[in-house]
Design a protein around this ligand. Structure first.
Ligand SMILES: C[S@@+](CC[C@H](N)C(=O)[O-])C[C@H]1O[C@@H](n2cnc3c(N)ncnc32)[C@H](O)[C@@H]1O
Length: 285
């Protein structure tokens, strides 16, 4: 009964507001006001200043801001095609994704500065149209150090055999992806050091050109089983000081990914920072 009432309250926003006021009066909650709203998107609204406000105030945030504007311009000019969004919504979607993309950019920048290798090597597992890796490559280019990027994706529909029961509704997703489109998108960065490994994880690891050393990994596969395979395969190659960024860690529907990653990480020398965006950063110690 209690659950049904709570569900009803959550559905109708006026009830939700009244319910929260009542809780506040009864001393059972604190009131939160988000005003002014500096950011709204990805299941969050924040009333604190964003790092990229007014074009950014540090070298990193300024360059992130420039990267973000460049991407949006290329999307508006239809030079970059993001097939995962409806064309009429794509610029609004990118606005809502800014905190996520800032964290991609920041983590890549951090991994480059915090590792010892001469050539900084990145790998992304789950590339789609190349949106997130666009930010990571831009961070690497900006630091002016030699780098190389390994990209793994099926560029084809998700298959049931790689999904847990809780994830089976994703079977068939991403059937519309094309490797050619991703290549065209990333060509706008004028970077030669990109290695495209097309195929399903884990099988693709047996025949791909794989990195021997890594500074930064991004895992965004919407599935826990291949996520763990990527971790198992590349953990030893990740430099101390390097980073693994997880995209789906705390998103509703991906509880199994978080549970599996945390179980896997138990005996590893690392710290995981769980972020309000639903992402998580694993720092290798
Ligand atoms: C959420 S999308 C990645 C989005 C991308 N990181 C971005 O934001 O630009 C998930 C991707 O994982 C890929 N994928 C899912 N399961 C896979 C598997 N077992 N092997 C290879 N690719 C897989 C899909 O093809 C899809 O492109």
């Amino acid at each position: 009964m209690k659950l049904i009432i709570r569900k009803l309250i959550n559905k109708v926003s006026i009830f939700k507001i009244l319910f929260n006021i009542l809780k506040y009066i009864l001393g059972k909650a604190s009131l939160t006001s988000v005003s002014p709203i500096y950011f709204d998107g990805w299941k969050m609204a924040t009333g604190t200043r964003t790092p990229w406000i007014n074009g950014g105030s540090s070298a990193l945030s300024c360059h992130f801001s420039e990267t973000d504007s460049k991407l949006k311009r290329l999307v508006a000019e239809k030079k970059i095609i993001l097939t995962q969004f409806k064309p009429q919504n794509v610029l609004a979607e990118l606005e809502g994704l800014m905190w996520r993309h800032y964290i991609v950019y920041w983590s890549a920048n951090y991994a480059i500065k915090n590792t010892k290798s001469k050539t900084k090597i990145f790998a992304e597992f789950g590339v789609c149209d190349g949106l997130t890796i666009f930010y990571a490559i831009s961070a690497a280019k900006n630091l002016d150090e030699p780098f190389k990027i390994y990209l793994y994706d099926a560029w084809d529909e998700m298959k049931e055999e790689f999904l847990l029961d809780s994830e089976k509704t994703s079977a068939g997703s991403y059937s519309y992806l094309s490797l050619e489109n991703t290549k065209n998108n990333l060509n706008h960065l004028n970077v030669k050091e990109l290695i495209y490994n097309k195929g399903y994880i884990p099988g693709v690891f047996d025949r791909a050109d794989n990195p021997k050393e890594l500074a930064w990994m991004h895992i965004d596969l919407n599935a826990s089983m291949p996520t763990i395979h990527a971790l198992e395969n590349f953990w030893d190659s990740l430099e101390v000081g390097g980073i693994i960024l997880f995209d789906d860690f705390a998103w509703p529907g991906y509880e199994d990914t978080q549970a599996e990653v945390e179980k896997w990480a138990c005996d590893k020398k690392c710290n995981i920072l769980h972020l309000p965006t639903g992402q998580a950063i694993l720092f290798k110690l």
